[in-house]
Design a binder for this molecule. Structure first.
Ligand SMILES: [Zn+2]
Length: 551
């Protein structure tokens, strides 16, 4: 049994950076169903094996994995199928722009690219798409790498588009020499009007583009652009002589003031993909119209052509997935920062106690489909619950507390930290007074008998500002409520997260704080630990006394 556990713990750690007990348990049971007979023992073994495996280096894990064989994937674990893909030769890429933090939409692009490459034993590279000096910053490069690592994605090959400006200039010169690109010095308004009117400008026919191009680094910002000679009356507006290069004065976070003439996304992405050996390029459907331009550029340059896959853009009901829309919320202080737990940034989700494995299975469930859907966050949270269930310790949290006095109740109890798994116990001493949740207290009536969970039965004698009760016979009663011992109580705050938006507007009630108490045993929890507050939900410890309700 131990060997089966080790095999899947290694595999899980290798695939996702860290092994997860829930995920390993599922695999172990599938291969060795007898493990189910004593789940307590199985989980204890898994926990101990995982602890060792998670200390190992990736190279050692890989070595240890080599002696195991894995059954072929079953039908229901549908992978990603790529056209023209050859095992071992697939190259994909994830292409973040270092101008903000990653969100769930980026996670989808990153995970699809990463998983597709893995499916074919290929390679996924990380390339920073950094050719807009006005918006990009070094801190985002670091933040993006940290977030990807948290997501369990490790990239051995990291590149920066701005490092290949010389090559990009050469390609531009080739297009100019072929008569496929020209320098346009028309005012911006004229260019816009010409495009709308499906009209070309006189610069199209000029003969001195190569000379003016060479001079562009010395020209004023906005005074000239390099344009592709596309098709001025194309139905696809993207093809109406798009901009390939523009002059920008802003200092680049990585290249400083070395360059002033910067390529547009359309130009650099097609060429970089081709140069980087990318075989399959993924991007969201909003770029679909640009596919024609992408292929047109590589064709004109007679370069190797990657295959583009457009997948549906992720939209979550009641929230936003766009840096452009998140930024103003931060600036207007409607949210506390990029890691506000209401946001669907990876940092926000992390603070909310959403596990990388939940994000992974949620975003991959859409696959490469182009069908737009508008799921609620609940689908992600439901995945999260499945992952947290077997490994989260249970505690009691009492909101808006009301005091309950049970005459004659003096007791010390040991409570299990998990009803089914062996996660240890917490010890609690009670001396007549406990706190119960305000909502539970409001529902109690004089003469009613109920159970203080795992402690005793009590019968209400009087209901006032505090509630008086007496011990009742230890028999089955339908109502069970959670409690916290008054002599061991710890103040706690629970951040309850709702939708960020109502319709298109900011939801002022998107974050509420419940003040109350939790058990003394919660003191030993570390920031970042996720526990289950019974009858409330999973919560991540966020500070000395603050918790964020996850799901
Ligand atoms: Zn012009």
């Amino acid at each position: 049994m131990k060997d089966v556990i080790l095999k899947y713990a290694l595999k899980n750690a290798y695939d996702y950076g860290r092994a997860n007990a829930g995920a390993v348990a599922g695999k172990v049971i599938a291969e060795a169903p007898e493990a189910k007979k004593d789940m307590k023992k199985t989980m204890a073994e898994i926990t101990s094996v995982i602890a060792d495996v998670n200390k190992m280096k990736k190279a050692d894990i890989e070595k240890a994995l080599a002696k195991y064989t894995f059954a072929e994937k079953k039908e229901e674990e549908k992978g990603i199928t790529l056209e023209g893909a050859e095992r071992g030769r697939v190259v994909t890429r994830f292409l973040p722009e270092p101008n903000g933090f990653l969100h769930l939409g980026h996670a989808k692009a990153a995970l699809l690219s990463y998983e597709a490459a893995k499916e074919y034993s290929g390679k996924c590279l990380l390339r920073f798409d950094d050719t807009n000096p006005e918006k990009e910053e070094t801190e985002y490069v670091k933040a993006i790498q940290d977030d990807l690592k948290w997501l369990g994605l490790t990239f051995s090959d990291v590149r920066f588009t701005s490092d290949r400006m010389t090559e990009l200039y050469e390609k531009a010169e080739q297009l100019i020499a072929q008569g496929d690109a020209y320098v346009c010095e028309c005012p911006q308004e004229k260019i816009k009007a010409d495009r709308e009117a499906k009209r070309g400008c006189k610069c199209r026919e000029r003969k001195d583009s190569a000379v003016v191009w060479k001079n562009m680094p010395k020209m004023k910002e906005g005074s000239a652009i390099l344009r592709l000679k596309g098709c001025v009356d194309a139905e696809n507006t993207v093809m109406r002589d798009p901009t390939l290069f523009r002059i920008m004065d802003a200092k680049h976070y990585r290249q400083g003031t070395k360059y002033r003439v910067w390529p547009t996304y359309d130009f650099e992405v097609s060429i970089s993909d081709s140069l980087d050996g990318v075989t399959h390029a993924f991007r969201s459907k909003e770029y679909e119209l640009r596919d024609e331009l992408y292929y047109y550029i590589v064709d004109k340059l007679k370069m190797r052509k990657p295959l583009i896959y457009d997948f549906s853009r992720l939209n979550i009901r009641g929230n936003v997935l766009s840096k452009r829309l998140i930024k103003p919320l931060i600036e207007e202080k409607k949210v506390t920062g990029w890691d506000d737990p209401r946001l669907l940034t990876l940092r926000g989700l992390k603070r909310r106690g959403v596990m990388p494995a939940a994000i992974r299975s949620f975003v991959l469930s859409f696959g490469l489909s182009k069908v737009e859907s508008n799921p609620s966050i609940e689908a992600l949270l439901s995945e999260n619950r499945k992952i947290l269930e077997p490994t989260s310790e249970h505690y009691f949290f009492i909101g808006e507390p009301v005091k309950l006095k049970v005459k004659g109740l003096v007791k010390e109890v040991s409570l299990r930290k998990h009803p089914a798994q062996d996660l240890g116990e917490r010890h609690v001493a009670v001396k007549e007074e406990v706190w119960i949740d305000g909502k539970d207290a409001a529902a109690l009536k004089k003469g009613e008998t109920f159970r203080l969970k795992d402690l005793c039965n009590a019968k209400i004698v009087a209901v006032g500002k505090t509630i008086d009760a007496e011990l009742a016979a230890d028999e089955m009663v339908p109502k069970k409520i959670q409690w916290v011992s008054a002599i061991e109580v710890k103040p706690a705050e629970l951040m309850v997260i709702g939708d960020l938006l109502v319709g298109d507007d900011y939801n002022k009630a998107g974050l509420t704080i419940r003040k109350g108490f939790c058990e003394k045993a919660c003191e030993t929890l570390k920031e970042g630990d996720v526990v289950q507050f019974e009858r409330i939900g999973y919560a991540r410890k966020d500070g000395a006394k603050r918790y964020v309700l996850s799901c």
